[in-house]
Design a protein around this ligand. Structure first.
Ligand code: NIG
Ligand code: FE
Length: 438
């Protein structure tokens, strides 16, 4: 018999995503592994057994004090893995949003000194409390929308001091926070004004001045760069990410978003875990991505928010690439925390089947973060991170647009309604203790 301290019973559909090795490509990306009238047993925050509810008592011994949760016919899925977000910033960009609504273009606004540089000005002069407040608000929203694992990038400091300050805020925030948070250093998000025309010198500064300290203090596991026309070139991205990889960081890249500048090719050359955006990726690089281990991470919310054409999802899926979807939550090009909405967009606008969209937002997102052994499935040994949906058919997740029918979210086997209040108490303590002026 298997000991358990949590048992969930009578899930109308228990979507385990068990089966083929992760990540999933081709036909395997459509396998959800659904157990009708399913049950799940968990011990110390990890899944120890799944099967039909009527088999539970034959296989599992509930320990004294075991929590029992009757899902009453509802759908249960793994929690979402959002593998691309930018929540460390201060100041909103409503003014630029209004300019875009009146016809201005995102890249024109950037060239005129707005965009990322505008957020960097605001972030540099912000208090820690303001940055922390935004972080808590947005990650909290994500959690209640079913995102149990999230990647969070720096990138609005654009100098070693503010970039490090943002990563320190993230590190302290994570302690006691119930979501799994992966930190990414995106100091190379843009060329700061003071380095205009000297992008290589700025990268040298990051390589010599920031990466060793971030590595030493374990402030981030990942390094990312924005490879784009007018920002960093493919050669610069290759040099920078190679230096980061040599220091032991995992790498990822903003690639071929507005123009095909060879970012996806760089991702494959440096062995990046993920190439993200890909609105303008070439046919040739789609073919090469399909033969590689690099995850193609699509961000349909950004195309939606900016009114741009959607990424070539069907070509990537049909060629056999590993495809993930993520929000790209940020103040400029996608102010949206919702993974359920990304599933809506993937299905309604990008040509994903519902099953492919669920795979892309769970297990393949986990693969993009090197976490597929523990996250994105409810197989034995995975973390008990899950969503209970107020639905009796998993297809309702994609069907109900912009309104997620979420009943409960659990991380490590505990409902977030309980753990977030503990986490908020920790936040208040954190502010009382003062991250500098908090
Ligand atoms: O991923 N593309 C670069 N970075 C963000 C946009 C950031 C911003 O506009 O503030 C993105 O879309
Ligand atoms: Fe991004």
């Amino acid at each position: 018999m298997i000991d358990a301290d949590l048992v969930l019973t009578h899930a109308g559909e228990l979507v385990t995503m068990a089966g083929s090795p992760c990540p999933r490509r081709g036909p395997a990306a459509r396998e959800l592994s659904i157990i009708p009238d399913g049950a799940l047993a968990s011990l110390e925050g990890r899944v120890v057994w799944t099967g039909p509810t009527d088999r539970l008592s034959h296989a599992v011994r509930p320990l004294t004090g075991c929590t029992e949760y009757d899902a009453d016919g509802r759908v249960i899925t793994p929690g979402f893995v959002d593998s691309h977000t930018h929540p460390l910033y201060a100041g909103g960009r409503q003014k630029e949003f209004a300019m875009r609504a009146a016809g201005a273009d995102y890249e024109e606004i950037r060239r005129a000194g707005g965009g990322i540089l505008n957020s960097a000005d605001r972030t540099r002069s912000a208090t820690d409390a303001e940055i922390l407040g935004n972080l808590a608000r947005h990650l909290g929203t994500m959690l209640f929308l079913g995102t149990t694992t999230v990647e969070a990038k720096s990138g609005y400091g654009l100098n070693p001091e503010t970039e490090l300050r943002c990563l320190e805020i993230l590190a302290r925030f994570r302690e006691g926070w119930p979501q799994t948070v992966e930190a990414t250093f995106l100091g190379a998000h843009d060329i700061p004004r003071e380095y205009e025309g000297r992008a290589d010198e700025y990268l040298d500064l990051l390589i010599a001045g920031s990466l060793p300290e971030i590595r030493e203090r374990k402030l981030a596991r990942w390094v990312d760069i924005f490879c784009e026309k007018g920002v960093f070139t493919a050669d610069q991205a290759r040099r920078y990410l190679s230096a980061a990889a040599d220091m032991g960081f995992g790498t990822r890249i903003h690639a071929d978003e507005f123009h095909d500048t060879g970012g996806a090719a760089v991702a494959m050359e440096v062995g990046a875990a993920s190439a993200d955006h890909l609105l303008s990726v070439s046919r040739e690089n789609i073919r090469r991505l399909a033969a590689s281990g690099t995850v193609a991470t699509l961000l349909p919310g950004t195309a939606f928010f900016l009114g741009k054409p959607y990424p070539p999802a069907r070509e990537l899926l049909d060629s056999g690439a590993v495809v993930a979807i993520a929000t790209d939550f940020n103040p400029g090009s996608c102010f949206c925390e919702s993974m359920p909405f990304m599933v809506n967009l993937a299905v309604c606008q990008c040509g994903f089947t519902i099953e492919e969209a669920l795979t892309a937002s769970t297990v393949n997102g986990a693969a993009a973060l090197g976490l597929a052994a523990r996250k994105g499935t409810l197989q034995d040994g995975a973390d008990t991170d899950l969503v209970v949906w107020d639905l009796d058919d998993y297809r309702g997740i994609a069907y109900h647009i912009a309104v997620p029918d979420i009943e409960e979210v659990m991380t490590s086997g505990r409902p977030v309604s309980e753990t977030v209040s503990d986490a908020c108490r920790n936040l208040v303590t954190l502010q009382g203790r003062g991250i500098q002026e908090c």
